[in-house]
Design a protein. Sequence first.
Length: 324
Amino acid sequence: MSSLSKISRPIKNELEQFEDIFKSAMRSDVGIVDLVARYIIRQKGKKIRPILVLLSAKISGGITERTFRGANLVELLHTATLIHDDVVDNADKRRGIWSINAIFKNKVAVLMGDYLLSRGLMISVEGKDYDFLKVITEAVKRMSEGELLQIQKTRKLDIDEETYFKVISDKTASLLETCCLIGAMSTTDDSKCIEAMRQFGHSLGMAFQIRDDILDYEGTTNLIGKPVGGDIKEKKITLPLIYALNKVSKSEAARIKSVLKNGNDKTKVKEIIGFVKANNGIDYALEVSRSYSIQAKDALNIFPESEMKSSLINLIDFVTQREN
């Protein structure tokens, strides 16, 4: 499987350039804002989203100044949502590093998230990238709706496959879709090319989230850095469990839901993981994830062979074949 450094090789120089632009976008004359910004910059993320924007632009025509502004907007938004998510989840750590809310408290974390989002919007307004604003505000709306729908369904424990796909499409796939859309839009007006990249981003995002949900049942930590069984403890019903619940009698399904609802100790978590495995929930979810991976690859068929196309195909394998 390819490493991220190999995947980003066709855009190596542009990615370095982007990192400088991103750092300067976060700077502030206000001491505490600058302090928190420097703490965020020190946490080296994978940069999957800016990599997607840059590769999507390069395969669609070439990287422009507008591409860098688009990548900046997306990464500022993504960072803001992570900070807000940690507050919502009451998380002390992300990928083993202390979260902003753990160090600076919730009030600073929420306001810092707001600051980063507003910086991204300001950069787009200054660059007159109004088409980006339309795409990004739709993504923020969908991400919020997806998260709220999941909370509503988690309380009632009544999520079905259709609702699950709607949740992950809005909550996760919408941002990866936005990265690919903005990348293509930054460099071309060709509607076929833009739609192909949107489709690619959507399918990639769906495959990514399903794989992540599978890792909650079988990995060590999942792609976004939570420990195994985290979703079960939070009473989130994801695809492996939805499938397993549909395979058994109503009374057995009710019993498992009761286990999920009334306990989050290790024994209960193990029981639910065992139930999902016994009813082929993981195998089914893997099949669905693979099918989205194939759709993502098919979306790239309109592009000629190139380094960028190879990197995008390798990126699909990178996010869907992770073991942790």
